[in-house]
Ligand binder design. Structure first.
Ligand code: AR6
Length: 172
């Protein structure tokens, strides 16, 4: 069980699943969501629409899984992080749930290698240092109880997030 830190573009990752920081519509958006749909092609949106038709919107903290279309990954796990509202709306718990529910869905689908972006730290304005601490704690907790994920990669797009994760992961 390895946690790996990279700076780069998650759409390029050759892993079983990449995680998307989606919104409750599941129908695409900007940021990493836009990048994944652009690079993966229309099969991802088509799969998202089918899920929407079946179960409606995806609530914050929940996750769904689709094909990865033309991406090198096999699956995209779409999760919805919280919009930061000064910590008033249980955003921390919702962010933790987004990581844990994504991992849960991953192992149910036989995923062994998975890459996460820094959920909620862009458009949704979650403080980056707090978000990183929640992400690292959640995945370490999950991986200490379940050994089916062999490699977990935090893919930071920005140097600021990379440096924060680097500091956190070098601690024991
Ligand atoms: N690879 C990895 N990380 C990326 C990439 C990429 N190609 N592009 C951006 N990031 P955001 P959120 C980073 O805004 O805050 C969308 O419109 C980015 O630097 O993508 O959860 C959705 O549809 C940041 O650190 O997601 C929702 O409406 C991180 O990904 C809303 O944004 C997350 O930033 C979700 O907001």
């Amino acid at each position: 069980m390895k946690i790996i830190l990279l700076q780069g573009d998650i759409t390029k990752m050759e892993v079983d699943a990449i995680v998307n920081a989606a919104n409750t519509s599941l129908l695409g958006g900007g940021g990493v969501d836009g990048a994944i749909h652009r690079a993966g092609g229309p099969a991802i949106l088509e799969a998202c629409r089918k899920i929407r038709d079946r179960q409606g919107r995806c609530a914050p903290g929940e996750a769904v899984i689709t094909t990865a279309g033309n991406l090198p990954a096999r699956f995209v796990i779409h999760t919805v992080g919280p919009v930061w509202n000064k910590g008033n709306d249980e955003e921390k718990q919702v962010l933790r749930n987004a990581y844990l529910n994504s991992l849960d869905l991953a192992v149910k689908n036989g995923v062994q290698t998975i890459a996460f972006p820094n959920i909620s730290t862009g458009v949704y304005r979650f403080p980056k240092d707090v978000a990183a601490a929640i992400a690292v704690a959640a995945v370490k907790e999950f991986m200490s109880q379940d050994d089916r994920i062999t490699h977990l990669i935090f893919v930071c797009f920005e140097k600021e997030n990379y440096d924060i994760y680097s500091g956190l992961l070098s601690q024991n």
